[in-house]
Design a protein around this ligand. Sequence first.
Ligand code: UD1
Ligand code: PEP
Length: 421
Amino acid sequence: MEKLMIGGGRPLQGVVTISGAKNSAIALIPAAILAESEVVLDNLPSLSDVAVYSEILEELGANVTWSGSQMRIDPSRIVSIPMPNGPVKKLRASYYMMGALLGRFKEATIGLPGGCNFEPRPIDQHIKGFEALGATVTNEHGSIHLYAKELRGAKIYLDVSSVGATINIMLAASRAKGSTIIENAAKEPEIIDVATLLNSMGAVIKGAGTETIRIEGVTEMHGCRHSIIPDRIQAGTYMIAAAATRGNVLIDNVIPKHLEALTAKLLEMGVRIEELDESIRVIGQAKYENADVKALIYPGFPTDLQSPMTSMLTQAEGVSVLSDFVYSNRFKHVPELVRMGAKIRVEGRSAIIEGSKLNAAKVKAADLRAGAALVIAGLTVEEGITEVTGVEYIDRGYDNLVSNLRHLGADVWRESEQIEE
Ligand SMILES: CC(=O)N[C@H]1[C@@H](OP(=O)(O)OP(=O)(O)OC[C@H]2O[C@@H](n3ccc(=O)[nH]c3=O)[C@H](O)[C@@H]2O)O[C@H](CO)[C@@H](O)[C@@H]1O
Ligand SMILES: C=C(OP(=O)(O)O)C(=O)O
């Protein structure tokens, strides 16, 4: 079993360069299925989710070459074989196989997705979208089977602005006959990134990034080259880590606009922030004000930074309230932070956080961002070593975490623990 060992008490100092966005990458890779020739993705993050996706595409018959931050995908020999189990169960975003295979082959069988299950994560809006496009969707022993004689454009109003459903509908509708309109679409930057790739592949998508997206179906799509946007959640995690350790860090290769909700909240707490064109400098301070944070859909404060922000708020004076309006039960990090001395109680969809010093402890990450929260908490501890297990979750979303943190002066390393039979 792998664990992260963290000797805290050192302010982070220096420069960290952010890689491409996980939540873009794991939609862009399956999007390549829709092309008839090679798709080249640059600025790809080196994450376990990306490795799993490349395995999935290879199983379907694609030729995938992944070298450094570039992936070349030749989808010309792909076939839509059923994938009820195996790698599709290892990540959440395997649901994009449904939209991509349905778009290209009009048929797919994909096991229900895995990933971070901090609470039930339904896919009813994805299914509603596929059905509106003319597909028959059945759940066969935990696998979703999709079939359409022909996909036809439709007007689809999403009950919730779901990122996954918006992208999945864009994938399938790109190869449908006629026009599709998605109303109440999600507006996250990753949706614009996927639409940009699809348009470069020959799709006709307008309005991505707004609540109304129009897609004109096309009969053929081709290869292209695309550079993935920077990971705003990774960037935000380093911003919080810099502030929480009272450090001074330049976070490079970011789109500052994507981080406005976090920047505004950190400024409100008293953190000094300098925004440049493609980087953000975070200068920590000795004291922070308490703050109330509401996690909402984009452009609101991202739910994926809610757990890291909980650790930051333990460093503020007074009482803060952090509520999650996207995932009301996303608080698996809280009992672990409490083991580290944090004074937090959960009431409904809110965590009430009283500022306090944290101490070293053995803690377990139950999901990806809970892991990030525990790492940040460990970095603030003044004495002793914090041990974080559940590293496999952290590896889903943070590439080079240990080397990046060490480069910033942190005392962090990875250890393997032998489990006795
Ligand atoms: C791979 C990926 O990009 N993951 C991100 C994506 O997840 P994901 O796309 O799964 O999240 P959604 O945007 O779909 O979920 C938003 C909300 O809608 C609800 N919902 C969603 C779909 C559905 O069919 N029915 C339904 O009720 C969810 O329970 C949740 O309350 O957006 C989330 C919200 O920003 C992020 O936390 C995840 O990091
Ligand atoms: C919840 C997340 O990812 P996924 O949807 O892939 O589980 C995340 O990135 O925080």
